[in-house]
Design a protein around this ligand. Structure first.
Ligand SMILES: [Zn+2]
Length: 317
């Protein structure tokens, strides 16, 4: 799953800390006059006021100072990692660091437990510092790939289900309560690469140059380069995890009944990241079950105008 969460921006003062994490080291500032350790990164020692500060590598080991098990997402982007284990860790040097815990059952958490650092790599952007119990089997380094594998295991299934409201497929009143003019929060983002576009061109047979010939598209096309097929962007909705706070349950079968409206109002240039959001547009009882129409909008990240509008009709039977 792609990453669509706030990420840190290094400042001149904090850059050595983030560079340390990229090298899988925890680095703290220490005051050279009196040996005080400090965190977060600063220009002077908050204890004695000294400006003579040095960056030092430390073990990163510490103890759990306090924690919160957050079962409601703090932002829609975090709905894929519920419950979120927010923690303050007291490093052995005495400083406190805000973090999240991974690779631990929330029921096992106890103030004072020993913790070790986990480096969560977000390639090209930053490496984040998370923590896990010293005796956890969790790897020291998380990449996108290991995060995907770890996430389901770290979340006990009953809690993941409990955080969503369950609505029976025949409960028309409750389902109609979902109908709204308001869109949801955004899904994760996915990059639409030239390689994906080429594969779609080969599969569909639509290999028009505007999609597959970057040089010609740059020279002759109206968009300064190649663009994705609208149909490709539409089906990529399957890779976008929409932040749903409900779940329709109790049905025997769900049928994708097609679309009431499908529009491609703006192009998706190759290499762009897309994300999506939805709203429930209508709920109707039909002879064979309940028909729910969900408007899905897919945008290039940062663009107001959607690239895909799809009124998707689902039939719960
Ligand atoms: Zn000091």
């Amino acid at each position: 799953m792609s990453w669509n969460k706030p990420l840190p921006h290094a400042t001149p003062i904090s850059a050595p800390y983030w560079e340390g994490l990229k090298a899988h080291e925890v680095r703290l500032q220490q005051c050279e006059d009196h040996g005080h350790w400090l965190f977060f990164p600063r220009s002077h020692c908050p204890t004695c006021g000294s400006r003579r500060l040095a960056w030092r590598q430390v073990s990163g080991l510490g103890t759990l100072y306090t924690f919160t098990v957050a079962r409601v997402p703090t932002l829609p982007e975090f709905s894929d990692e519920m419950p979120q284990l927010l923690a303050v860790v007291e490093l052995d040097e005495g400083v406190h660091i805000n973090t999240t815990l991974v690779g631990v059952d929330p029921a096992q958490l106890a103030v004072g437990m020993r913790l070790r650092p986990v480096f969560d790599e977000r390639p090209g952007v930053a490496t984040l510092l998370r923590y896990t119990p010293v005796d956890s089997a969790h790897p020291d380094v998380m990449t996108d790939a290991t995060a995907d594998v770890q996430a389901p295991a770290a979340e006990p299934a009953p809690q993941a289900v409990a955080s969503k409201r369950q609505i029976g497929h025949k409960d028309l009143e409750a389902l109609r309560g979902l109908v709204s003019e308001q869109y949801s929060g955004w899904s994760n983002a996915v990059q639409v690469t030239q390689d994906m576009i080429n594969q779609f061109a080969a599969l569909s047979g639509d290999d028009y140059w505007i999609h597959t010939d970057p040089e010609r598209a740059k020279r002759d096309g109206p968009f300064g380069g190649t663009i994705a097929h609208g149909a490709l962007v539409q089906v990529l909705a399957s890779r976008l995890a929409m932040p749903m706070d409900f779940e329709v349950v109790g049905f025997g079968n769900i049928v994708n009944y097609g679309s009431d409206r499908l529009r491609f109002p703006s192009p998706v240039p190759a290499g762009c990241r897309i994300h999506g959001r939805y709203r429930i547009k209508s709920v109707e009882a039909v002879k064979s079950g309940t028909q729910l129409t969900m408007e899905i909008n897919i945008h290039v990240v940062g663009q107001d105008r959607p690239s895909v509008i799809n009124d998707l009709v689902m039939l719960y039977m």
